[in-house]
Design a protein. Sequence first.
Length: 197
Amino acid sequence: MTDTTDRFEKTPSLIPIRQEVIHNLTQAADSQSKSPMRQASVATIGYDGSPQVRIMIVRAFEPETMALTVFTDARSPKVTGLNADARMQLMMYDPGTRTQIRISGQAELHHGDDLTEKLWKGLPEYGRGDYLSRQPPGEQIAHPGDSWEDTTLGNQNFMVLRIAIQEIDWLKLSAQGHRRALLTWDNGEYSARWLTP
């Protein structure tokens, strides 16, 4: 989908922007798609108050509730930070359409519950290996081969982060003039407005 509104129109509609965003997030969550937005830069606040950014894979998107899902290791330092401050921001970019989507929201942490059990069962064997290391993420090891999988751990380190979207800052880069809009969800109420790029 592309933004086909006339940049010189006095009151261009934001409806196509919302439709494009929903389409992009749906594609990002589709494991069969080639969407560059599937790999998102995800920022949290570390346990020491410092910003922390990493790449994470978008696993699911619920347009009805405006929620995204990503997976992590329950022993990851990001979990300690999220327990103290659940705010998250995701940044996605499609170089083909030159579209940036910056998402702000609150994380719900799921560990050892029905949701994690269901999603673990749907995870292919090769994907489970990310959560089967005896050492927690970030721990120092002597050699890359020292981090080995232990299948007896099962899903005990598997955690699901469900991000309730509060804002989406949409930016379209163009030689004819950049366009930017802010889409907001507040207690089920949706609003949108144009911003200066």
